[in-house]
Design a protein around this ligand. Structure first.
Ligand SMILES: [Zn+2]
Length: 281
């Protein structure tokens, strides 16, 4: 596949994209870093610490002042290039909070970047100015508890909260389905004209797309409730019934997602567990 690795794709005035060479079952063709601004720039999701990706980012920056290096969250496919890029450009790292979990349960997603050390945290609604235009932090916990989206000139950089190629992995203990659904609802109430996710193509119909994602999760929840209503089931049983023909590489992630739904349903008093098995309440 001829993916545009290390190439600068100018998506619109003031927004360019550079794809890192870290393809996987969770990253699609790889992580997409974004450059925002013209005379001055910010880098959103600098990506993995790969020499050719850092070279490509520096080429795209082309000597312009870097106002901020911003990470949506601290999975290892998003934030590790922040430090070397900060050292190369003198720019501050501004954005999501640090977060490192030693154990994330069964490995169903990228691990956390424990070396991430921001110079400044952005809370929900706080801004950074680039070229006199604000980049606004929109807190969107769910995929991870520290996840932020960034809004700029009608575009929303959605990180892994909303992706252009697949549904988002939401795996406990850090991933939280109730928070994720609330964060989707938060996006539904916004009026962004386009989403630029860290993985997959841009989303040009944000409202419709987010409504579809919310519907998909509600459908999944209904299906899980129906399955545990029939008989007591463990998670592998639910995954086998709910995801026929699933790519074997994604079975662990699907199990994590089912677990996230079950925890949410348990909190709402709709299911109960007995050891490894779950039934309706
Ligand atoms: Zn992630």
């Amino acid at each position: 596949m001829d993916a545009p690795y290390a190439r600068i794709e100018q998506l619109e005035p003031g927004i360019a994209r550079i794809l890192a060479h870290n393809p996987s079952a969770f990253t699609y063709y790889g992580t997409q870093s974004y450059l925002v601004g013209a005379h001055e720039v910010a880098v959103i999701d600098p990506g993995p610490d790969l020499p050719e990706h850092l070279d490509a980012l520096e080429q795209a920056i082309a000597g312009r002042p870097v106002a901020a290096i911003m990470c949506t969250h601290t999975h290892r496919d998003h934030s590790p290039a922040a430090r070397p890029l900060a050292e190369a450009t003198g720019a501050p790292i501004i954005g999501c909070a640090p977060l490192a979990l030693e154990t994330v349960g069964p490995r169903a997603d990228a691990s956390f970047d424990g070396d991430y050390a921001p110079d400044r945290l952005l809370q929900d609604g706080e801004e950074v100015d680039v070229d006199g235009k604000p980049i606004l932090a929109v807190a969107t916990p769910g995929h991870t508890s520290n996840h932020l989206c960034f809004a700029y000139e009608g575009a929303l950089f959605t990180g892994d909260h909303v992706m252009g190629w697949s549904t988002t992995v939401v795996v406990p203990p850090d991933g939280d389905m109730a928070a994720y659904m609330q964060s989707l609802d938060k996006l539904r109430q916004r009026e962004d004209r386009i989403y630029y996710p860290a993985h997959g193509p841009a989303v040009t119909n944000p409202q419709q797309y987010v409504r579809g994602l919310i519907g998909h999760r509600m459908q999944r929840e209904k299906q899980i409730l129906k399955l545990v209503g029939e008989k007591a089931r463990d998670i592998p049983d639910i995954v086998a019934s709910a995801y026929p023909g699933l790519d074997p590489r994604l079975v662990t992630a699907a199990g994590g997602s089912v677990y996230a739904h079950l925890l949410d349903l348990e909190r709402r008093g709709l299911v109960q567990r007995d050891g490894e098995t779950w039934t309706d309440a």
